[in-house]
Design a binder for this molecule. Structure first.
Ligand code: GUN
Ligand code: ZN
Length: 451
């Protein structure tokens, strides 16, 4: 469902300003959270024109510089942050979320593969893509790295829907030519050909970017891995996304299917799939050599807290990954994950680190979901902070979204404490509005937006 503000703003508005508090990262604050890397303006104005941030600063200085014709959305009391970036999620798994009782390999066979067969039908895929994107927007997520199904039409459906909303999205067709139901398999040749056709159609079209998407090593033959190696070499500016080292049975299976490799990660490395702009979901059971290799080649882990807990996969050691120089970001991994909310996801990330004796500071949590996510996707020159010249993608947080949040956030003035309360207690209710490409694409309370 599109909110009225989407229709109203999509075609008409080119310049407008948002008056609100503003919170974002200027650089990496580190795990402990160096607050000098954070900028907080209690009363800010952000002027947006034609999809970009044109001016941003304290309202006492900026308000008088705005032309009389510039509409001002008055959101004092709410906090504007960069749009959230979810670096690992599956749009075809909207109907898989909250599936009971299995771990990874059984979960794939029992729930996920049957759900993904429905995406052979373009109309089904269109409706699911629209539903999925509207869930991201109501959660303040404006960019994601998204798995589609094996069907090329599932990718067409996705990018058609994301471009209609003006979003910057990364997505790709799953490649899988073994160990899946017949209806979900391509071949080494058709997987290569279809991916190439989709790259030509969608990569760098509007705000769309393509990811070569091997599901994971166990569902590809050696012949398919070889074809993906060629594809990746022929298309060096595309992304690569996959899964690695998520679950112990999966790791043993990969070792059986690809004997002679030093590690699971080494399989991808051998087939040219570890490089800059390669995002690997999970990475729970990497060793020191794997982590060092990821840093050396610029491949990046996506930490998926709610999924790792829900499917019972394990506890990701963020401190160890950062010490090895990995560029870590955060994924919801729905339907293995249990929420589209990046706030909820950060809350669970905090608990996973607590179990390992590490405190994930709210400043670093904010970074993971914004500028750090942008950096992981090599988009930090365009996204991740509210900076002049960057693309105008924001989430507007409501620190008083619920009675409990209102009570808790009124206790202290510290903006990082407020963000910590939001990531611990908040969810879609705490997203008052979402802006993408310089337009309001979601409003929790459409009547609060003035035209
Ligand atoms: N490994 C291979 N496919 C999947 C998937 O769809 N979800 C998760 N969490 N892990 C996977
Ligand atoms: Zn996944």
């Amino acid at each position: 469902m599109l909110t009225p503000c989407f229709h109203e703003y999509h075609h008409i508005m080119t310049a407008f300003a948002i008056r609100s508090s503003l919170l974002h990262c200027l650089r990496d604050p580190g795990l402990a959270g160096d607050v000098s890397a954070i900028e907080y303006l209690p009363d800010a104005v952000t002027l947006v024109r034609d999809g970009y941030v044109e001016k941003v600063g304290p309202s006492d200085a900026l308000l008088q510089t705005l032309g009389a014709d510039v509409r001002i959305d008055d959101h004092r009391g709410k906090i504007l942050v960069p749009g959230f970036i979810d670096t690992h999620v599956h749009y075809p798994q909207v109907d898989v979320i909250a599936s009971y009782g299995t771990q990874l390999l059984d979960w794939l066979n029992r729930y996920t593969f049957p759900a993904e067969t429905k995406f052979a039908d373009r109309a089904f895929a269109d409706a699911a893509a629209a539903f999925f994107l509207d869930r991201l927007l109501e959660n303040g997520t404006t960019t994601a790295s998204v798995f589609c199904t094996v069907h090329p039409q599932s990718v067409d459906a996705f990018f058609t829907a994301s471009e209609a909303r003006g979003l910057r999205m990364i997505a790709g067709k799953c490649l899988m030519d073994r160990h899946a139901p017949e209806a979900l398999m391509d071949t080494a040749e058709t997987g290569y050909r279809d991916s190439k056709m989709l790259i030509e159609r969608w990569h760098e079209h509007a705000r769309s970017l393509y990811a070569i998407t091997p599901r994971f090593a166990p569902t590809s033959t050696i012949a398919q891995m070889e074809k993906m190696k060629a594809l990746a070499r022929e298309h060096p500016t595309t992304y690569i996304q996959s899964h690695v080292a998520e679950n112990k049975a999966e790791i043993a299976w990969a070792a059986e299917l690809f004997p002679g490799h030093r590690s699971y990660l080494d399989i991808y490395d051998h087939y040219g799939l570890l490089r800059d702009k390669a995002i690997y979901g999970h990475c729970i059971y990497l060793d020191d050599a794997d982590r060092a290799r990821m840093t050396a080649v610029g491949a990046r882990p996506s930490f998926c807290p709610t999924s790792n807990l829900f499917i019972g996969s394990g506890l990701y050691d963020l401190k160890q990954a950062l010490a090895a120089g990995n560029v870590v970001s955060i994924g919801t991994d729905v339907g293995g994950g249990t929420s589209y909310s990046m706030l909820r996801t950060l809350g669970e990330a905090y608990k996973i680190q607590q179990l390992q004796g590490t405190s994930l500071s709210p400043a670093y949590a904010l970074y993971l979901a914004t500028l750090g996510g942008a950096k992981a996707l090599s988009l930090d020159e365009k996204l991740g902070s509210i900076t002049v010249g960057k693309e105008a993608d924001f989430a507007l947080l409501d620190p008083a979204a619920t009675p409990l949040l209102a009570r808790r956030t009124s206790l202290r003035d510290d903006p990082m404490d407020v963000f910590f309360a939001l990531m611990t207690l908040g969810d879609d209710r705490a997203i008052a509005a979402t802006y993408a490409g310089g337009k309001c694409v979601y409003s929790r309370d459409a009547s609060s937006i003035s035209i």
